[in-house]
Design a protein around this ligand. Structure first.
Ligand code: PXP
Length: 242
């Protein structure tokens, strides 16, 4: 079955709203693991708007599944990633004005920086993933970097409705096939919730889904373990549909 990794950033968003010690994203991560999540993802942004440096250290020390650290190509963030001991690194674009990561990394434009960063992170023992839009040119450039994975950006699919959503899904299916043909392993994420996750969980060659906001939001009403359990059920149900 496709692995669920839970992104815990928005637990830290709530904590940072009051600069309190709670709610603790590490405690949330442990609850997610207890409910069956197979990995924990966090994004240490350069502006430190949610996850803090100490959260990354504590996650590394305390979680028992995989730690996936999302980071930008800024030298400060890459230096932190190199020392983090994370199991996986997802390279993302970062723009200070954005509410959340808006588009995929421009792998074509960033080819020369990626030529340094991807091997450096890989040598530290982490699997490197590039967060990309479902676009053939980006995938071809991604394959040239030597990254193990791409994470296909599902935001446009999640935001679309009707025929436009079907078109976005078809782009993702084509991109997943193309990535595999190019030797890249396939993850996906962004904007996914219980209602839209099914078709994405059935993408060809998909290994991992990264889901954050919807699980954190649902946890407020039904609790962390039921929210993770319910998402896992949706993913499992999708896999059994012919
Ligand atoms: N994958 C990546 C690369 C992201 O940047 C994010 C958002 O931080 C996610 C997945 C999770 O998106 P969401 O919080 O909308 O589920």
């Amino acid at each position: 079955m496709v692995r669920l990794h839970v992104n815990i950033d928005h637990v830290a968003t709530v904590r940072q709203a009051r600069r309190e010690a709670f709610p603790d994203p590490v405690r949330f991560a442990l609850e997610c693991e207890a409910a069956g999540a197979l990995g924990i993802t966090c994004h240490l942004r350069q502006d430190r708007r949610h996850v803090q440096d100490d959260d990354v250290r504590r996650l590394r020390a305390e979680i028992g599944t995989l730690l996936n650290l999302e980071c930008s190509l800024h030298p400060e963030m890459v230096a932190i990633a190199l020392e983090s001991g994370a199991d996986a690194f997802c390279l993302v674009p970062e723009n200070r004005a954005e509410i959340t990561t808006e588009g995929g990394l421009d792998v074509v434009r960033e080819a020369s920086r990626l030529a340094d960063v991807v091997p450096a992170l890989t040598e530290r023992g982490g699997l490197v993933s590039l967060f990309v839009d479902p676009d053939r040119a980006q995938l071809e450039a991604g394959a040239r970097t030597g990254a193990a994975f791409v994470e296909l950006h599902t935001g446009a699919y999640a935001n679309a409705t009707g025929a436009a959503r079907e078109r976005e899904l078809a782009r993702l299916v084509d991109a997943a096939r193309a990535a595999h043909e190019l030797g890249l392993r396939v993850n996906a994420g962004h904007g996914l919730d219980e209602d839209n996750v099914g078709p994405i969980a059935r993408l060809p060659w998909l290994e991992e889904l990264n889901i954050g906001f919807a699980i954190v939001a649902q946890s407020l009403f039904i609790g962390v373990r039921p929210a993770v359990g319910s998402m896992l059920q949706r993913i499992e149900a999708a896999a059994t549909v012919a």
